[in-house]
Design a protein around this ligand. Sequence first.
Ligand code: 9MR
Length: 410
Amino acid sequence: MQLSPRSPLLLSTLLSSFLFLGACGGGGSSSGNPSSASASSSSQTSSEASSSSDRSSSSSSEALSLHILADFPIGVAVSAANEPSSIMQDNEAGIAQRAIIEAHFDQLTAGNIMKMSYLHPAQDTYFFDDADALLDYADANGISLHAHTLVWHSDYQVPDWMKNFEGDAAAWLAMYKEHVETIAGHFAGRVPSWDVVNEAFNEDGTYRNSLFNQKLGTAYIETAFASAREADPQADLYYNDFNISNGGAKFQAMINMVDDFIARDIPIDGVGFQMHVFMDWPSIDAIKSSFAAVAERGLKVKITELDIPINNPYSPGYNYPDNYEATFTDELAAAQKKRYCDIVTAYLDAVPADLRGGLTVWGIRDSDTWLISALFDDNHEDWPLLFDNNFDPKPAFYGVADGLTNQPCL
Ligand code: 9MR
């Protein structure tokens, strides 16, 4: 199937309207007390990794540790607490995922449990138990936790009490700052980085008309950065968004904001490129120049949510149920491996070593991806991640390894 660039507008709508029906809202407690899983990292030289192009079975991955190939964090987003496929439970999925994490990743991002409604379910109630448990697990295994996210407009992540908060502008500002400072303060010293504000722009480069924008104007963004810095002076503070690796209007608006922040000494350390991309969109050239533009400003570049589905619902060729990729063939797996490798290579090429904030994949196994429901309405499978549904590494996994070790992307 010929994929072509998707409509950013459509993706924006989709990302904005995607309904989260899972375990948000706070109040739950961690139902597992994971014991250390058995897999262990083994050191890996780049010459060992260089043969990774030829590997495609799980057995060969046992000798390979992804994160050892990089001198920046290699992360993965996880479900935790009592969410489906939680890594914190002692069932098959929990144990298998912990083995993968401990072998291949040195950073985690909570896919859900550190969002606004989860951590701050009522005005006077903060709920940190689940995040603390995840952090304890990470710490015990020498893994860091990239914190996501202090401010996000998404309807199902803004707590109801905040939506209904009554008070004048000063009261709103005080409440908002307290939210940011309390949460950033709680994790201060324990997390290396925060996605401070997530997804503030529309595709056309205008500011999103979020609740925060309505109540505080666009200054809500810089207020969050200043408050986060005050509460946690050590953490790297990122602005995080999707569809900014293609050099379009949204990217330009983000760069303008960054330039303005730098000119006015608003604390910002980096830009998180979510990278929910497709097989042929954006182009590698566009990705490289987007990364480079941020690095040129002395800011860190972090790939925060990478996934690469095989099907592109915005492609004119995609037409469910008549025309879509229903089977993950060897050819598709090989093409995806190359795409992962090309993106990692672009990152290494465009971002100097001291500005590499890391690379995080948005999920472990294909069947747990958010994309199947969000992009494909649960109509059919897709295979966007590095591990298959049996937790075996896919060719894409070796594409990342090849990219990290400067191998040709084949
Ligand atoms: O993958 C996440 C999914 O499990 C959640 O239900 C959803 C709502 O909290 O958020 C998803 O993650 C989003 C991330 O936080 C921000 N960028 C877009 C991601 C995919 O929607």
